[in-house]
Design a protein around this ligand. Structure first.
Ligand SMILES: *[C@@H]1O[C@H](CO)[C@@H](O)[C@H](O)[C@H]1NC(C)=O
Ligand SMILES: *[C@@H]1O[C@H](CO)[C@@H](O)[C@H](O)[C@H]1NC(C)=O
Ligand SMILES: *[C@@H]1O[C@H](CO)[C@@H](O)[C@H](O)[C@H]1NC(C)=O
Length: 917
């Protein structure tokens, strides 16, 4: 009762309410748990006692009673970019807006002053022909799709549109020059990579002009070329032409310099890694499937002299953690090292094998997974040290239900990324996005959503295939070695956030949080769990207590952990959107658009104990809150759109229902907002702490970091540098080991994975790796001391004592299939260009009429095509967290490098309605 009257954003921020809330919880607790609860409450300050973060007063800002004014854009912002990662440059902010029909690209707005009000200009108007193409040509191919800059030279920025021009600036966007796209090809399909150390060097993968015809998808001559610029986009060289006939077409590409390990340079800067067709008669157009006629090569002189073939049949590659992951079709007659490959008749035309190289692509080892199923696609998620990657594999399970369930297995790396051990089964995924992510800044900690095995025994689930009802959240503190439930809070600030049954068995009641798949789920998507390297320990998320993750709006709360996910508290009784600034000292929070409009924001200087309000002149639907990439600043950009004006929301400004609302941003600069309340931190405001708890080790080390005290409501300031993190080795325990290759965890023990067939794994065959009889191996990247009392027969890394290898029988299936999704996506893609370039209005109207019933909520074919492009872009530019563009994880499926629309699998299975015209 005492908690239940606490409304959204109302009295809940006072100590009074918290104490009432606590007493409510106290009243419910029974038996032995009470003293413990009360001790914990005292320790955490809820009951006074050692109270460090009691919220004695909640303030309203700005202090003078004014309200923040919005900045208006013609359409909502889809992305914000800060020029560079350097403090001096983060004043330059660029916003790309949503395209407005019939434009394919959006507008770009620029601020030279941290995004402050009055500092924004629509720079698309300064880019010649970006908005109005020359009369009669290129129809709707206007606007800007994306922008690119070099981290060390953010004054140079390249803006790519869908048509035949780029725009470049070399002075942070004060002036712009129009240049031709490479080979005057359509920008719509370009893929651009700037050299990591040479800011003027750019590679662009383009489609030949013949691909602009609408039969492109069936034309074998429609292919990709690679172009090089060494003067930041002013001039371009066609590398296919440069090769003098030695290369017929390109497919995948990257700069070799991306394999450099800081000081150690693997290659000359000129090195390009690519997969290519060497002969024109082997080209197969845009949908070659997995093709043994394509090869992985490298060149150190831009293909002027003969290139070096690194692996025959290499189709696609990713560079992660200084390793090369390479996919080869399994019908390739040779291994990457050139030795003949026994095909044994089991190779399938559409299957593929994954290889990894730890020595700059000189030698490759097959990547082995302990499963008998074939694979449909991979996501690669980097480990905290950036040295290896987890594999999340969408398998082609044999059982009907599991085959249809949206899930994959998570595999933890070992032995130079060649022997992966099973970390988690039934990891939830939605299309390309898996609910698996690092908790940044805290080594070895990851969160993932898993489908409960109850799904498989629940007859209603089988009938309805309603898998989303069975999602549960898990966390690991030892690099995937073992997973556990999230600890739900013992006390709640907001009674509504406690959905555990107050009577009876509440042991099945846990905390569940939305992951990246929810964030990427389009309108209605939920913010995912979020952490930042420069805010170590802080994790915010949207979710619920209960048996499973819920999707209904009224079940959600916003949660905060300040110890890397070990403990959680509720901070808002609704789904929030959040961001961190001031090196993690400052949290900002607002209701996400799925909760409806809001006219105030909250911020906290004491990690969620007190939430002060910032009042907004007009209410908006908030889509995201952003900060510069390093999260060191106290200036945030809140972006969203005008909300519909109704009696309940009088400060909304959108009046024409059905029309597109304007885009709105609020720039929240805490320094002027706080006024005299702003205080700079001093030495006494900091403490040392060991995440996640003082008595635990992470990845074999006891890490001690500096953090600002919770009770110190001061600002670190942008220039603050965290005192060095110290780390001492710990003695090995069971926490430092995971199940050995070929074994999986059942409760506390590792058992052999049943049903593995006889497919062999080459590192095991070659006796390079010894599978330990203990069924354990050391977790990748773990550096604990003295493993020998846990693993007695090997060093935990596959070596016998004394460094000798030995043979041990082990079985594993290593063949893998990639799902070839290019087909229909490419067809639609080709139609897309034709649509915007050539189709007359009558033809468009007729097609829209025909396909309208197929498209459900989408309002036009334009929307279908543009949203397809946007979804692709989001995937490519946004990284798995979706909140920041600082770093992205690789997504390793054919679509990623083939270019194309990021369509749903469902859509891919639909016959393409446009195809017949
Ligand atoms: C690049 O050069 C190749 C070989 O001369 C040529 O076939 C191709 O059309 C050129 N690409 C473009 C976009 O001009
Ligand atoms: C990993 O690869 C490097 C380079 O080839 C090699 O020196 C090292 O021994 C390998 N380590 C393991 C554990 O395989
Ligand atoms: C880790 O280090 C901190 C600070 O030196 C110390 O207080 C703590 O007891 C250590 N924990 C372990 C498990 O070694």
């Amino acid at each position: 009762m005492k908690c239940s009257f606490i409304g959204r954003w109302s009295v809940s921020f006072s100590v009074f309410a918290i104490i009432l809330c606590y007493s409510g919880a106290h009243g419910r607790c029974e038996g032995d748990s009470c003293p413990q609860e009360s001790r914990n409450a005292r320790a955490s300050g809820l009951l006074g006692g050692t109270a460090v973060q009691q919220c004695s007063s909640v303030k309203d800002y700005p202090l003078d009673g004014t309200k923040l004014q919005p900045v208006n854009f013609e359409a909502p912002v889809i992305d914000l970019r800060w020029a560079g990662l350097n403090h001096d440059y983060d004043r330059y902010v660029f916003a790309i807006t949503e395209p407005v029909e019939p434009m394919v690209g959006g507008h770009v707005w620029r601020s030279g002053s941290y995004g402050r009000i009055g500092s924004w200009t629509d720079v698309t108007k300064q880019m010649p022909d970006a908005l109005l193409p020359r009369q009669g040509s290129d129809g709707d191919l206007t606007g800007i799709l994306d922008l690119y800059f070099h981290e060390d030279h953010p004054e140079k920025i390249l803006f790519a549109g869908p048509s035949y021009n780029y725009w470049i600036t070399e002075d942070f966007g004060r002036t712009y020059a129009k240049v031709d796209t490479p080979g005057r090809t359509l920008g719509f399909w370009h893929e651009i990579k700037i050299h990591p150390s040479r800011p003027d060097w750019i590679l662009a993968k383009v489609r030949r002009s013949v691909c602009e015809e609408w039969d492109a998808s069936t034309n074998p001559w429609c292919a990709y070329d690679l172009f090089l610029s060494q003067d930041f986009g002013k001039g371009w060289t066609n590398l296919t032409a440069n090769s003098n006939g030695l290369i017929a077409a390109f497919w995948d590409f990257d700069w070799g310099a991306n394999l450099h390990r800081s000081e150690r340079r693997a290659f000359p800067d000129e090195t390009i890694l690519a997969t290519v067709y060497e002969r024109a008669d082997q080209m197969k157009g845009l949908t070659p499937g997995w093709d043994k006629d394509m090869h992985f090569v490298h060149s150190t002189d831009f293909f002027k002299s003969a290139h070096t073939k690194l692996a025959a049949c290499g189709n696609q590659f990713e560079l992660i953690g200084h390793k090369v992951f390479l996919a080869l079709p399994s019908d390739c007659p040779t291994d990457p090292d050139g030795s003949p490959q026994p095909t044994e008749g089991q190779a399938q035309a559409d299957s593929v094998v994954l290889y990894a190289s730890a020595d700059e692509a000189q030698t490759f080892e097959q990547v082995c997974l302990p499963v008998r199923w074939l694979d449909l696609g991979y996501n690669l998620v980097k480990t905290h040290d950036g040295a290896s990657a987890f594999l999340v594999v969408d398998h082609d399970e044999e059982d009907m239900i599991t085959k249809r369930a949206p899930m994959g297995n998570i595999y933890a790396p070992g032995y130079n990324n060649t022997l992966y051990s099973l970390s988690m089964t039934m990891n939830f995924r939605r299309r390309y996005i898996t609910d698996f992510g690092r908790i940044e800044g805290i080594p070895g900690v990851y969160m993932a959503n898993q489908l409960s095995s109850k799904m498989l025994t629940d007859p209603s689930a089988m009938r309805s295939l309603d898998f989303e009802k069975f999602i549960q959240t898990k966390i690991t503190f030892n690099g995937g070695g073992s997973w556990q439930d999230l600890a739900k809070p013992q006390h709640y600030r907001h009674g509504v956030c406690n959905q555990c049954p107050s009577k009876g068995d509440s042991s099945a009641c846990k905390l569940h949080l939305h992951g990246p798949s929810s964030w990427h789920d389009g309108p209605g998507g939920r913010p995912s769990f979020y952490s930042h390297e420069n805010a170590p320990g802080i994790v915010m998320a949207v979710g619920n207590t209960g048996e499973y993750l819920e999707f209904a709006a009224d079940t959600m709360c916003t949660w905060l952990s300040r110890d890397g996910g070990a403990t959680w508290e509720d901070v808002a009784p609704n789904a929030g959107i959040y961001e961190y600034g001031d090196h993690g000292g400052l949290l900002i929070l607002a209701p996400h658009e799925t909760e409806g409009p809001t006219d105030s924001l909250k911020f906290s200087l004491d990690q969620g104990a007190c939430w002060h309000s910032i009042h907004l002149q007009e209410a908006i639907d908030i889509q995201n809150i952003r900060v510069e990439p390093k999260a060191t600043s106290h200036v945030f950009v809140v972006h969203g759109q005008a909300c519909l004006k109704t009696p309940a929301h009088p400060t909304c400004t959108h009046t024409k229902e059905g029309s597109t609302p304007a885009g709105k941003i609020y720039v929240v600069d805490l320094k002027p907002i706080m006024g005299s309340d702003w205080r700079d931190c001093g030495g006494e405001d900091y403490e040392r702490w060991s995440p996640p708890t003082p008595d635990s080790c992470l990845m074999g080390r006891n890490i001690t970091m500096e953090r600002r005290r919770r009770s110190s409501d001061c600002f670190n300031g942008k220039e603050y540098e965290r005192a060095e993190t110290s780390s001492n080795p710990c003695h090995c325990t069971k926490v430092d080991v995971e199940c050995e290759y070929g074994f999986e965890r059942h409760e506390e023990e590792c058992r052999p994975i049943v049903g593995l067939d006889d497919a062999r794994c080459s590192v095991l065959d070659k006796e390079d790796y010894v599978v330990s009889q203990s069924k354990y191996r050391l977790i990748d990247g773990d550096t604990c001391m003295d493993l020998s009392h846990i693993i007695t027969d090997t060093d935990g890394k596959g070596n016998l004592p004394g460094g000798h290898h030995g043979r041990h029988p082990a079985h594993g299936k290593s063949a893998s299939i990639f799902l070839v999704m290019l087909g229909i996506a490419v067809v639609l893609g080709a139609i897309g260009v034709w649509w915007f370039k050539f189709a007359s209005d009558e033809v468009k109207a007729r097609i829209e009429e025909t396909i309208a019933p197929l498209m459900g909520g989408l309002s036009s074919a334009w929307r279908l095509l543009v949203e397809g492009t946007m979804r692709l872009k989001e995937r490519v530019t946004d990284g798995y967290q979706g909140h920041d563009t600082y770093e992205r994880d690789a997504f390793f499926q054919p679509l990623a490098s083939g270019g194309g629309f990021g369509l749903d699998e469902e859509e891919l299975h639909e016959p393409s309605p446009l195809n017949g015209h």
